[in-house]
Design a protein around this ligand. Structure first.
Ligand SMILES: [Zn+2]
Length: 755
């Protein structure tokens, strides 16, 4: 028995050796090849491009340029068949090709031939790139960094590969994916603007029924809120004339772009739905705001049976409706903007309501366009350890049968790990089950060279810390939000050591060093931004010398260096709506120069007589004498009062000669933040009897736009006092002309300075 087995094994080897072809094809060897690339003369431009790309990259690898020939040439034994041709090998697999999803492809060896063919022409191009990537180790890490290894011999094993996308639409809103079509093709991504399928795209109410054109003559077309119609809300969807205008507007635009299939009829990028009686009746009938929206959009969709009308399920319309479902030709753009990003959507208890909404919508329709968010939007250049939720989130959408994916990143702007993040998400959009660990390793070692292991260590450490802490991660956050979770002072020190090691190991490789320095920018930004809050001896812009606070030169230099490197790395802003590098630097310098002044009230006890808001905590009343000033952002160091006046008494702890008192206030009317109407300054020796030193009436227009800081400074003949009282008069409610009319107005003060 034993002998028999051995003999028969030998027999099998002999059989293979003599009759069977080898298990591999030699495409190119020692500067020569017997292969030609075959395409059809009827090939589309995309298929021709696929053949040309294959030809060019094989030449880069081996130095051998294969001929591209027409399938009118008689077949030969050794061919690489790209796309649809007349070759008989192709006809053998036609049923398989016909079954492929859009953009899918087959890579297969038959005899001595290699076939790369897609279900459509783009599929063929994707097949070529996958072949180059998966079998010949080519990489496209970014639009600028493509790795093509050189090899004398190109040998491939026999193969039979089929790949199909899980998502029929895959768009990634990141710089390379958005602006570089070569990157997009390599990574099999879509781009809505490159598709003629979209006629209008999101937030279209104002386009369709312009406020400029109609608000004056027909305010009833717009949101009714707080006893009046307002121009900066939504449309009054129960108004039949609004429906007529929307339909007429669409008809007109469709004439200009008849090929477009998708037309968005969707809310403006704000809340403020109409609260008129008729609209409220619809909300009651259809289970809320989204119900009235679907009722309206369904009616529009009836007018355009050959088109798809798309609308948003976003913020106030995110929950699914009741007693109504989207019509067959209505598409729902479902948005996850509010969700926490430190844990997967599928399991995070903070995402319970999001999961309910997902399930509810998926019950009503399978025509869902998922709009997900993958970067830190408030501080694009901040650290943002969400890489571990990317895969489970994309899998979650896949598991719910969602077919269209839009991953909103930093658009055209640089954000943290912008190349790596784009790379990972691209891979996941094609294959949600891809091995992310392997992808990250492949990327960091390829892109950062020997520093890759440190970059990996940094990523792991930060994600581990966040996970262990149980902390949350919002897309509109600040580095300081992580001070107790993934950006503790100790961890920051450890991250810095890791980056020092990374920079050291590639110190003599300028390219890798540049990339490492760019990868380090978010950590630097976090350190600089957290230091504005004077956290400890390291994380601060100030130091004490001879009992006086002085500004640390080393930190200002660090800010300089950071600004220089950020600009060098192509960073144009730190926030999607602004915060340019030079502006940020100027803001910080202004803040540093005006903070920690050794004025008489510095660090003195404060008693508040009105209630400050806890919505933007800065440590309560002591913020007014802690020395730290605010910047052009009400989230930072400003003590806010939502409605009430500010009334505060500061105890200088002994009688002092004083000659001036000043306070700064912030105005940002779009956030309902106004300057006080008047600021009154009083003084007292005993804390009971106060004398008015004087008051400053606000002279700045209440409708002045943008964000600015105003100083209310009173100077007077020197007097002796121990107690200072400040009363800043809030207007109480937002003015009539303002969208927040009838709602409380804010005032924000950072510090009371006494000299
Ligand atoms: Zn209404």
């Amino acid at each position: 028995m034993r002998y028999f087995v051995i003999i028969s094994t030998i027999g099998l080897f002999l059989f293979l050796g003599s009759c069977q072809k080898p298990n591999y094809l030699v495409l190119i060897d020692k500067g020569k090849s017997v292969y030609q690339i075959v395409i059809s003369e009827e090939s589309s431009l995309v298929e021709k491009r696929a053949a040309l790309e294959l030809q060019a990259i094989l030449e880069q690898i081996s130095g051998v340029k294969l001929d591209i020939i027409s399938d009118k040439t008689p077949p030969s034994e050794c061919e690489i068949i790209v796309g649809n041709t007349n070759r008989k090998e192709l006809s053998e697999i036609i049923p398989e090709i016909e079954q492929l999803n859009e953009d899918g492809f087959i890579i297969k060896t038959i005899g001595e031939k290699l076939l790369i063919v897609g279900g459509n022409d783009k599929g063929t191009l994707y097949g070529v790139y996958s072949f180059l990537e998966d079998f010949l180790d080519c990489r496209k890490y970014s639009a600028k960094v493509t790795i093509i290894p050189t090899k004398e011999k190109i040998v491939i094993n026999r193969m039979d590969v089929k790949q199909e996308p899980v998502f029929q639409f895959r768009e990634l809103h990141m710089p390379d994916a958005r602006m570089d079509s070569a990157y997009r093709h390599w990574h099999k991504l879509d781009f809505k603007k490159g598709k003629n399928e979209w006629g209008m795209f999101v937030h279209t109410f104002d386009d369709l029924v312009p406020v400029e054109k109609y608000f004056k003559s027909n305010p009833e077309y717009f949101t009714y809120l707080n006893v009046q119609r307002i121009p900066d809300g939504q449309l009054c969807l129960s108004n039949p004339e609004v429906f007529e205008i929307v339909v007429a507007g669409l008809k007109e635009r469709m004439l200009e772009k008849p090929e477009a299939l998708y037309w968005s009829v969707s809310q403006n990028d704000t809340y403020k739905a109409c609260e008129c009686e008729n609209c409220r009746m619809e909300y009651a009938k259809y289970g809320g705001y989204s119900g009235a929206m679907i009722h309206f959009v369904n009616k529009v969709a009836v007018e355009f049976p050959d088109k798809v009308i798309s609308t948003l399920a976003y913020q106030y319309t995110r929950s699914a409706p009741e007693n109504i479902k989207p019509a067959d030709n209505v598409n729902i753009m479902f948005c996850s903007i509010e969700c926490n990003r430190s844990r997967p959507l599928s399991t995070d208890s903070l995402s319970n309501s999001f999961r309910k909404d997902t399930e509810d919508w998926c019950q009503l329709t399978d025509n869902i366009f998922m709009w997900d968010y993958v970067v830190q939007f408030r501080n694009l250049l901040s650290t943002f350890p969400n890489l571990r939720v990317l895969q489970p989130n994309i899998q979650y959408f896949r598991d719910h049968g969602i077919q269209m994916m839009f991953q909103q990143g930093s658009g055209g702007l640089v954000s943290e790990f912008v190349e790596l993040r784009t790379y990972i998400i691209s891979k996941l959009l094609w294959n949600p089950d891809a091995d992310v660990d392997a992808i990250i390793d492949d990327f960091v070692y390829g892109y950062y060279g020997p520093a890759g292991k440190y970059i990996r260590e940094y990523i792991d450490k930060m994600h581990d810390a966040l996970e262990k802490s149980g902390g949350n991660l919002g897309i509109y956050g600040y580095p300081y939000d992580g001070i107790n979770t993934y950006l503790t002072p100790d961890l920051i020190n450890e991250y810095e050591v890791i980056f020092n090691n990374a920079e050291e190991i590639v110190a003599n490789s300028p390219e890798f060093l540049d990339r490492v320095k760019t990868a380090r920018l978010p950590l630097e930004f976090a350190i600089l931004d957290i230091s504005l809050r004077d956290v400890n001896e390291d994380l601060t812009y100030f130091t004490k010398e001879d009992g006086k606070w002085i500004i640390r030169d080393d930190m200002l230099k660090r800010l300089d260096e950071f600004t220089f490197l950020a600009k060098k790395a192509g960073v144009t802003r730190y926030w999607e709506h602004g915060n340019y590098p030079d502006d940020y630097k100027a803001t910080v310098e202004r803040y540093v120069n005006s903070s920690m002044q050794n004025h008489l009230a510095f660090n003195k006890p404060v008693t508040l007589y009105t209630e400050s808001s806890e919505k933007y905590p800065v440590g309560g009343a002591n913020a007014l004498t802690n020395g730290l000033k605010g910047i052009n952002d009400y989230h930072f160091n400003w003590l806010g009062f939502e409605g009430p006046d500010l009334i505060v008494i500061i105890d200088l702890e002994e009688l002092k000669e004083i000659k001036s008192i000043e306070t700064d206030f912030l105005q940002e009317i779009k956030s309902w933040v106004f300057l006080p109407e008047e600021v009154q300054y009083y003084y007292s020796a005993d804390g009971d009897d106060f004398t008015l030193a004087g008051s400053i009436v606000n002279s700045s227009p209440e409708n002045r736009e943008n964000t600015f800081i105003e100083t209310f400074k009173l100077e007077f003949e020197p007097i002796k006092a121990r107690y200072i009282k400040v009363i800043a008069k809030n207007k109480g409610i937002c003015p009539d002309w303002h969208p927040g009319a009838t709602y409380p107005a804010w005032i924000f003060c950072d510090e009371v300075l006494v000299w």
